[in-house]
Design a protein around this ligand. Structure first.
Ligand SMILES: Cc1cc2nc3c(=O)[nH]c(=O)nc-3n(C[C@H](O)[C@H](O)[C@H](O)COP(=O)(O)O)c2cc1C
Length: 437
């Protein structure tokens, strides 16, 4: 039976020039905005006024120097940017990526606890393992650790972070000036963690945060990624290209979450949605076609190579798409590998055709259309077991984000699919999860 209280969750990707790699060249993009924190704050306020659940900032810890020619790569460091956004918003959730392969759990637990305090309980952590080889070279490693090891570390890293967040009992703070007791030392516990990868005595140097701990998000679709999500995550971001595959993924994640001893409702599945919306279909399609002209094929080759860990620059663009190695040989992002594999299987595509027709938005679900057309697609996936909501990636930066907020969100609200007000002040309350106090 369908749950009458079930409603769509909307996560908004906060990006500099937009999810389309050519968006920075579009006439509507104001380039001075993408390095000015005030514009990020303004768009966050606008998203909050539209009642968007969460803002998300992705992150990577390396750049390919030659790629900078083709557009902005990454923007501000996510946690510092979100702290500045927290100061000018009150309800919207704030999610940042932090990699478990290139950080220490003590630092990560501390910064997310800090953001949870600063924002009054709105922090979320996107747990990623990082699949870009050259990142290793920025951290003193000769190569990226193998996929399985990265995930084994991620699991232990998450467990240590959870222990650290629990190292302060909810009532540890006393603040009694008369007796001279600031905090009850019996209620602050060293964690004494000794594991395979980490040795952490604890406790955290920060009292328990307003949500108890931040929301946990996971974004990998390999076997190991799915298991990690099933065990710990409250949201899972996913790369999906077709409705059928999205349904299979959705059912698999819900089943794994049950097997991990949690309710299937304890995890929400959010496919990415690359969107261009305009009042008329013709206008939306024109924008899509403009962007198609502005994209760079060299940049697309680089992004495909990075995400799959295969150097496609050595292949001729107009030759048939080369056979892909077995997934066990892929040490990069299996999520993207699986999707490309689905796109190319049983089709005779060239590398150029794959990149020009399917790689817009890194191959993820995308639509250009009117508010009704966009809402129809979202409703279909939401009501038919393919999604609990979406990670919305406007292809055209701030202008595209405004269009989504002004045109699509009211349409979803009119249909009763998306709420019109926040339920509480913390992210966990707003998404219907319990506070962990
Ligand atoms: C919506 C979405 C957002 C993601 N954000 C990041 C990110 O910010 N940084 C990153 O390194 N990987 C990011 N990823 C990639 C996944 O985390 C990545 O697939 C995972 O770490 C590697 O695991 P896998 O091999 O299980 O796919 C994202 C993936 C998705 C679907």
């Amino acid at each position: 039976m369908s749950d009458p209280k079930r409603r769509m969750i909307l996560n908004l990707f906060l990006q500099n020039a937009g999810s389309h790699k050519g968006a920075w060249r579009h006439e509507s993009t104001q380039l001075d905005e993408i390095h000015d924190v005030k514009h990020f704050q303004r768009i966050a306020q606008k998203a909050e006024a539209a009642r968007i659940d969460t803002l998300f900032i992705a992150d990577g810890l390396s750049i390919e120097a030659k790629a900078v020619q083709h557009g902005p790569i990454l923007s501000f460091e996510p946690l510092t940017l979100l702290a500045s956004i927290a100061a000018v918003t009150e309800r919207i959730g704030l999610i940042a990526t932090v990699s478990t392969s290139f950080n220490e759990p003590y630092n990560a637990a501390r910064i997310f606890s800090s953001l949870d305090h600063i924002s009054g309980g709105r922090a979320g952590w996107n747990i990623v393992t990082t699949g870009v080889e050259r990142t290793a070279f920025n951290f003193g490693l000769p190569q990226l650790p193998p996929h399985a090891e990265r995930y084994a570390r991620a699991k232990e890293f998450t467990e240590v972070a959870l222990k650290l967040w629990n190292s302060w009992d909810a009532d540890a703070l006393v603040q009694d000036k008369a007796s001279g007791v600031y905090a009850d030392a019996q209620k602050v516990h060293d964690i004494h963690h000794e594991g395979t990868y980490y040795s952490v005595r604890g406790a955290l140097n920060m009292m328990r945060s307003p949500q108890g701990r931040p929301l946990l998000i996971q974004a990998g679709a390999s076997e190991a990624g799915r298991s990690l999500a099933a065990q710990y995550a409250e949201l899972i971001f996913t790369v999906q290209h077709s409705f059928e595959d999205a349904q299979l993924f959705y059912n698999d994640i819900k089943m794994r979450t049950s097997q991990a001893g949690r309710s299937p409702n304890d995890i929400k599945v959010l496919p990415g949605l690359h969107v261009i919306v305009a009042e008329t279909e013709a206008e939306a399609l024109e924008k899509a076609s403009d962007l198609q002209q502005l994209g760079s094929i060299e940049r697309a080759v680089m992004s495909l190579s990075n995400l799959l860990g295969i150097d496609f620059s050595t292949y001729a663009l107009d030759d048939p798409f080369p056979p892909l190695p077995d997934h066990k040989e892929i040490n990069a992002y299996q999520s993207f590998y699986q999707m490309v594999q689905k796109i190319v299987e049983n089709k005779s595509l060239t590398l150029r055709e794959l990149l020009e027709k399917h790689w817009i938005g890194n191959g993820q679900l995308r639509i250009a259309g009117t508010p009704v057309q966009v809402a129809d697609l979202m409703e279909d996936w939401f009501l038919n077991g393919a999604a609990d909501g979406f990670s919305v990636m406007p292809q055209l930066g701030f202008r595209g984000t405004e269009a989504f907020l002004d045109l699509v969100v009211p349409e979803l609200q009119r249909r009763g699919l998306f709420p019109t007000s926040y339920a509480g002040t913390t992210l966990r309350e707003n998404l219907g999860f319990d506070l962990l106090l």
